[in-house]
Design a protein around this ligand. Structure first.
Ligand code: CTP
Length: 401
């Protein structure tokens, strides 16, 4: 759920720091890359060794790595590295410094440098939590655009009972999820996504295929899961690992297998994204035995495969259908004609002429074209971010639902 996300966890000096060890563990479990920053006094509550082992990165605490060598920890780089920063526990003292822009420890310097969303999970005794200055600091931090994960009620380190306990790691994770992946109309909707190449067998050893790596389709599946969708992935052979959290995964060989798998799933979904590179032709007959080379040349007779999008459009009803177009010339025109021919709601045009876009690479540059002729051209970005753009476009089709 957090694959590819970089999270900076800041721990200040409160007894609740022990819970942040679990938080780090949980973030890792869900696939995030995690770095931990401790305030100097937090060392009295948790050990850098545990946190470094769990996070897989050395714990940061000092501005300098070695005073003799003049090596320093770059707080700006760490602040900018993170996709989100979580300060848990945030003590009254740390929050007061955060409000006033103090930077007398490494955690505060990272906080001031962070451009990402910052989540703050306060923890303190009940009277400190109720105090006017704490309330004002919390309000100010919210005003600055940070996210507060409110403290909960329960027994406190002082022996008293009341509001001030740091939220549980699972609750902090839930807040993080809603900050990183805003709720959309897609939550709870089901989708069929196809990915990767097909293999059309010539004989038991040879097949016809294409350059598709499956990266775009897998990025879509991963993102759709993160947005709370029920995701069915039908995939050709790729070198990618199966995304977590899928409702089903079907591995197929050829275009006909893909057609059959899609036909079985299609009736139950709300949306379809065909990002697979499906072969348009397949050998008329597959030799049962390995074909031996004889004298001279040989030719293979090919026949058309079924066009899956066109076939499924016959039972489209109110489902949203999205296709891809991979073009090398007259790109927009060709994409528009595919959009019409295949009865799509919108099409994602990949241009093979653009550097950094297309097969095998981690980035892409696409133009989304819809039925109403709206064109949305992306900049060159990761396939992960392109996937989000495509899903946010899909989201608009469910707005009034
Ligand atoms: N597609 C499909 N079934 C096929 C071939 C393609 O459903 N047998 C889908 C692809 O997954 C893609 C869209 O149709 O979403 C366009 O694929 P593309 O290969 O660009 O277009 P083709 O229809 O194959 O046309 P051409 O090869 O002439 O460009």
């Amino acid at each position: 759920m957090l694959q590819g996300k970089r999270i900076l966890v800041g721990i200040s000096a409160g007894i609740a720091a022990y819970k942040s060890v679990f938080l780090v563990r949980l973030l890792k479990k869900y696939g995030a890359e995690v770095k931990v920053v401790l305030t100097p006094s937090a060392h009295d509550f948790v050990t850098p060794l545990s946190l470094a082992t769990l996070s897989g990165h050395p714990v940061l605490s000092e501005f300098t790595v070695s005073k003799e060598g003049g090596e320093w920890n770059n707080h700006v780089a760490h602040g900018l590295w993170a996709d989100a920063m979580i300060i848990a526990p945030a003590t009254a003292n740390t929050m007061s410094k955060m409000v006033n822009g103090a930077a007398d420890n490494f955690l505060l310097a990272c906080f001031l440098s962070a451009k990402c969303p910052v989540l703050i999970a306060p923890a303190m005794d009940l009277d400190m939590y109720k105090h006017g200055s704490t309330r004002e600091n919390l309000a100010k931090l919210e005003e600055f655009g940070h996210y507060i994960v409110p403290a909960e009620s329960g027994s406190l380190a002082s022996g008293l009972s009341g509001e001030g306990r740091m939220a549980e790691p699972e609750t902090i994770l839930e807040h993080l999820r809603s900050v990183l992946f805003p709720t959309t109309n897609l939550r709870g909707k089901s989708i069929l996504i196809t990915a990767g190449p097909t293999r059309e067998a010539i004989d038991p050893v040879r097949f016809i295929t294409n350059h598709s790596s499956g990266k775009m389709g897998y990025a879509l599946a991963k993102r759709a899961v993160q947005l709370g969708m029920e995701v069915h992935l039908v995939s050709g052979h790729t070198y990618l690992s199966q995304p977590e959290g899928l409702s089903s995964f079907t591995l197929i060989n050829n275009a006909n297998d893909m057609f059959e798998a899609c036909s079985a799933i299609h009736p139950s979904v709300d949306a379809l994204i065909m990002s697979a590179a499906v072969a348009d032709f397949t050998p008329v007959s597959k030799s049962e035995q390995k074909i031996k080379k004889g004298e001279g040349d040989m030719s293979i007779q090919l026949t058309r495969t079924k066009d899956i999008l066109s076939e499924l459009s016959k039972s489209k009803n109110d489902k949203v259908h999205v296709g891809f177009a991979m073009e090398t010339q007259n790109e927009i025109e060709n994409a528009k004609s595919k959009l019409e021919r295949k009865h799509l709601d919108f099409i994602v045009l990949n241009s093979l002429n653009k550097k950094g876009a297309g097969f095998g690479v981690d980035t892409n540059l696409v133009t989304i074209i819809d039925k109403d002729n709206n064109l949305q051209e992306s900049e060159l970005k990761s396939k992960d971010d392109i996937a989000l753009d495509i899903l946010l476009k899909l989201d608009t089709y469910f707005e009034t639902a």
